[in-house]
Write a protein that binds this ligand. Structure first.
Ligand code: ZN
Length: 329
């Protein structure tokens, strides 16, 4: 009998889901608002109704994989910390669904799930080692080493956005200072643009924002950069320069060369990628210089649901190839 699994991606504003068969074909997708501000019960209720609606499309769903934005406990059952899902912190997501549905549920960090998705069906297919970076409002990361997700000792490996790239630098949402996220995320790009304009710089962003600098986001800065706005181009170059530091550090530590860029900010790939590559090459050893490859995500915003679906297939033993890592403690 054909087996089916669900891949779910819980984000701060939207919960996305997809139904896959055991061959890995995506059969249905659906989504629902997270309604984060309305509290834990509401979020879990929305999650359950999304799962129920997808379940109805298949005879029998054998397992559910879930990617969620935040830090999970070692056993990957509880969301411990999440700036964008504050109301879901300490929620036993795994038990809640497993008890309601009586089927196995597997949880993973959303950026790790995105890396698994790219490995399974995206830009990381047939690539043995790579770093998958999710550039969004914040910055996430997932590491595939020897074809497996590297989870680390606590299961929280790949927190690329919180690598410190500037000693005593700009404050980060995590409470530390100088994290890459504070320099290269979508939020950082809009902050830098606002600051530059407030200091009197001449830029088309003034008109694009309607004079209210709070309207500026990374996508608007990208549009201005594509139209040749030198202020906007410079902001993307600054963000890319720090990103290059992070990638060069990873290359020096692990000697891996393949980097996938996903997340909303990666839509500006054409704007910053040539400069990014140039900067990375300046900072790695000669032996790595010509091997560095930076590519955009092939799955875009669907990477998370693919990865979650893959997680479910593998953990439930429905897929032959295993590349879902377990903590290495
Ligand atoms: Zn941080």
């Amino acid at each position: 009998m054909q087996n089916y699994v669900l891949g779910i991606d819980i984000g701060g504003t939207i919960i996305k889901g997809a139904l896959f068969n055991s061959e890995g074909q995506l059969l249905e997708t659906s989504s629902i608002g997270t309604q984060e501000s309305q509290g834990k019960e509401k979020i879990l209720g929305n999650l359950l109704s999304l799962v129920n609606s997808l379940q109805k499309k298949a005879k029998k769903v054998s397992a559910i994989g879930i990617g969620v934005a935040g830090i999970l406990d070692v056993g990957k059952e509880v969301l411990l910390q999440s700036p964008n899902l504050k109301n879901l912190e300490n929620a036993h997501i795994k038990n809640f669904l497993a008890e309601a549905l009586r089927i196995p549920v597997y949880l993973e960090n959303d950026a790790n799930a995105a890396a698994l998705g790219e490995k399974w069906a995206g830009a990381g297919k047939n690539i043995e080692n790579f770093l998958c970076i999710t550039l969004g409002t914040g910055i996430g990361g997932g590491l595939i080493l020897h074809n497996e997700l590297w989870s680390g000792e606590n299961g929280k490996a790949g927190e690329f956005g919180h690598m410190i790239v500037a000693h005593r630098g700009v404050p980060c949402a995590c409470g530390k200072n100088g994290c890459l996220e504070a320099y290269s995320s979508g939020e950082a790009i809009s902050r830098m643009a606002r600051k530059t304009l407030q200091s009197g710089a001449c830029s088309s962003l003034k008109n694009l924002s309607g004079g209210d600098f709070n309207n500026i986001d990374a996508e608007m800065v990208c549009r201005a950069a594509r139209n040749g706005d030198t202020v906007a181009i410079e902001i993307y170059k600054q963000a890319a320069a720090y990103l290059a530091v992070g990638i060069a550090n990873v290359n020096n530590l692990l000697d891996i060369h393949y980097v996938i860029l996903g997340g909303g900010v990666s839509k500006a790939f054409d704007v910053f990628a040539p400069f990014l590559l140039e900067e990375i090459k300046k900072q790695v050893f000669i032996i790595s210089r010509e091997r560095i490859v930076v590519v955009p995500s092939a799955l875009g915003s669907a990477a998370g649901i693919y990865g979650a679906g893959y997680l479910a297939l593998q953990r439930a033993g429905l897929s032959e190839k295993n590349c879902v890592g377990t903590p290495h403690g």
